[in-house]
Design a protein around this ligand. Structure first.
Ligand SMILES: Nc1ncnc2c1ncn2[C@@H]1O[C@H](COP(=O)(O)OP(=O)(O)OP(=O)(O)O)[C@@H](O)[C@H]1O
Length: 663
């Protein structure tokens, strides 16, 4: 608790410590005759029944306030007790001022040690205490007594006689008994009168004591009232303190807000500075833009004039465009009619093409002569077509001369020698040793087209070992595009033709497979790791809308959908790799096995609602040989027997097909 609440407490203590005797101590001050005012009234404070009460509207309890209140009281105390000098004395705990004997004695007996002078003098503020009021007459009596004692001017001698003060003391001689008796009688009378005065004073004091008792009761009641007020004041003080704390909290919060606002203000000022700089930059930019705008305006006017000129020309062009659009619509109608004619022509072409192929023969045999090879295995460049005992002419006639070595009765073909030295063979086409892969494929390509038209086409390469079957079917991709064989060229043609026919409404789905037949057992060249058993079976296509004929079907065969020729080449490489691995295990196996590359081609025409399902088989047969001549034995004999058996059956099938048996 700060010093603030002391002020009312000091006032209370002053009242509490003010005993009747203490109150009496101020009485002589009150006894002084008050000078009459202008109106003739006494200046003395009028007696009041109530002591000064602390106002409930106290000033804020500050240290200064408490000090001020103390100062307010103190001068009065000093004035009351005995002047300015007494103020210092009272503060130092100096004894009270001299008063008439009776009064001083009473005050010293009743004032407690340490009781503050200011406290005892407090009631002098504003108005005299009740005790002072009540005892005014009594104080006068006490003063009167003292006055009597002084006024008498009598000094008691050691002998007990009373002699006038200041008078020369005349000692009576011992023998003057009468004089001494007279002195003693005078003394007796004086003492009697003094006794009466004392008795009277005692009565007055008794009366004064009663009055003081009453004043004390009054003061106690007032004290109780004051206590209540003090309590109320304390409650008020606590409320005020609480409010003060709240206000301090509010003040602190406001200060924080103020700091935040100041920071924000600083930020804003910083932003403002930045904005000003940007503004300066923008002003410069605007000035440049304005200059540029003027240039643009001038250019815009120029352009507008050009646009007007262009608009005029455009109107003229629009007229021309309208007539052109009419012509275009007419041309489109013509194109649509031509497209319809083209579609019909395509349909007719397919029919005619395949009619031609049938007329050419469903089974055609071409002969290709392999050039003589140099010792390093490459074809001899010089005299490419100069092969002894062979002759060819008219594009389809092949003549064999008699054998130079061996049985004179047997020709190179194994037939018995006739009278003539030459034997003629007729083929659908004979390719000279100098014929390129492209020339051979040119003949083949017509059959590839038939596969796209929905026919089943099968191209075999047949011949003895080393005659050039694999060279013809696969070629050598590493030696350049010219050396590509029938398989890559056929693949290329299939996809290019399919792409070309897309414009005529045809959509093709093409899939590829590659298998090998060795010793009459099947092996998938696209899945060499598979151990699944592969069998050749007939597939019943009676329920198919595209292909009503039965197909040869190989079980567990990998069939890969291909959308371009680039997707086919990796399959060919994969198959070659698998064949090469097998060749290391089985000596020169490639020439002892048949390989079958198959393309399944399904077409659908959304414009004509036509559909087709063709197939292109490109077969590289195993090399044929005469077992009797080659002298094969053991495994090679078994391989040769299997090859010859399959080739024999193949010849039976081809013969049957050529005779249209079962077709
Ligand atoms: N028309 C040709 N022009 C140049 N070289 C050829 C021609 N035909 C074949 N050859 C070469 O002859 C060799 C044998 O050809 P190829 O391997 O194709 O015979 P093959 O009939 O497949 O033999 P096999 O039956 O043993 O498989 C190869 O080196 C090949 O390059």
């Amino acid at each position: 608790m700060s010093e603030a609440p002391r002020s009312p407490l000091i006032t209370l203590n002053a009242v509490e410590g003010q005993t009747p005797k203490a109150v009496a101590a101020v009485k002589p001050q009150l006894q002084a005759p008050a000078p009459a005012g202008p109106e003739g009234r006494s200046r003395l404070p009028q007696p009041q029944t109530r002591l000064p009460m602390p106002s409930t509207h106290l000033p804020l309890p500050t240290r200064n306030g408490a000090s001020k209140r103390k100062q307010d009281f103190t001068p009065d105390v000093q004035q009351t007790v005995g002047g300015k000098k007494r103020k210092a004395d009272a503060m130092r705990g100096a004894p009270p001022p001299k008063m008439p004997n009776i009064v001083r004695r009473t005050a010293s007996a009743t004032t407690r040690p340490g009781t503050r002078t200011a406290a005892t003098a407090k009631p002098a503020v504003g108005r005299p205490p009740a005790a002072s009021r009540a005892g005014a007459s009594r104080g006068a009596a006490a003063a009167k007594t003292a006055a009597v004692s002084k006024a008498g001017g009598m000094t008691r001698s050691n002998s007990g006689s009373t002699i006038p003060k200041g008078a020369p003391v005349k000692k009576r001689p011992a023998w003057d008994l009468k004089g001494r008796i007279e002195d003693m009688e005078k003394t007796m009378r004086s003492m009697q009168s003094e006794k009466e005065a004392i008795t009277q004073q005692k009565e007055e004091i008794t009366q004064h004591s009663d009055n003081i008792q009453q004043d004390l009761l009054t003061l106690q009641r007032e004290n109780t009232t004051l206590r209540q007020r003090v309590n109320e004041a304390e409650v008020t003080l606590r409320d005020l303190q609480s409010k003060n704390r709240n206000m301090e909290d509010d003040l602190e919060r406001v200060n924080r807000q103020k700091k935040a606002v100041e920071r924000e203000r600083d930020d804003l000022e910083s932003d403002l500075q930045t904005s000003r700089k940007e503004c300066q930059g923008l002003k410069g930019t605007i000035a440049q833009q304005a200059a540029a705008q003027e240039g643009i305006k001038a250019e815009l006017q120029l352009r507008n004039s050009q646009i007007e000129t262009t608009n005029i020309a455009l109107q003229a062009e629009k007229g021309a465009v309208a007539s052109l659009q009419a012509e275009l619509a007419e041309a489109r109608d013509k194109i649509a009619a031509l497209d319809r004619q083209l579609q019909q022509a395509e349909t007719d072409r397919r029919v005619l093409h395949n009619t031609i192929q049938e007329l050419k023969g469903n089974i055609r045999v071409f002969a290709r002569l392999r050039p003589l090879l140099s010792p390093d295995g490459n074809a001899a460049n010089d005299g490419l077509d100069d092969i002894p005992h062979f002759d060819w002419h008219d594009g389809n006639i092949l003549e064999l001369d008699r054998a130079m070595d061996g049985d004179p009765n047997e020709t190179m073909s194994g037939f018995k020698r006739t009278e003539s030295q030459k034997i003629e063979f007729s083929f659908d086409r004979v390719f000279a040793p100098s014929s390129s892969q492209g020339e051979v494929f040119e003949e083949i390509s017509q059959l590839v087209q038939s596969a796209l038209d929905g026919y089943k086409v099968c191209i075999f390469a047949y011949g003895q070992t080393g005659s050039g079957k694999t060279h013809t079917m696969e070629g050598n991709l590493e030696q350049g595009p010219e050396q590509r064989g029938m398989i890559p060229r056929a693949v290329e043609q299939v996809f290019r033709t399919a792409e070309r026919l897309r414009g005529k409404g045809w959509e093709y789905k093409i899939s590829a497979s590659f298998l090998e037949i060795y010793n009459e057992s099947l092996r998938d060249l696209l899945d060499s790791k598979s151990d699944k058993k592969m069998d050749i079976k007939m597939k019943d296509n009676r329920g198919s809308k595209d292909n009503k004929t039965n197909d040869v079907h190989v079980t567990n065969q990998v069939v890969v959908d291909v959308n371009s020729e680039d997707e086919v080449y990796p399959l060919l490489k994969k198959a070659n790799k698998h064949r090469a691995v097998a060749a290391t295990k089985c000596n020169d196996r490639s020439s002892r096995s048949h390989s079958v590359f198959q393309l399944r081609i399904k077409g659908q025409n959304s414009l004509t609602s036509e559909s087709c399902a063709g197939m292109l088989n490109l077969v590289d047969l195993a090399g044929s040989e005469q077992v009797k001549k080659s002298g094969s034995q053991g495994k090679q004999l078994q391989e040769a027997q299997s090859i010859n058996k399959s080739l024999s059956n193949l010849s039976l099938v081809i013969t049957a097909l050529s005779n249209k048996v079962g077709c």
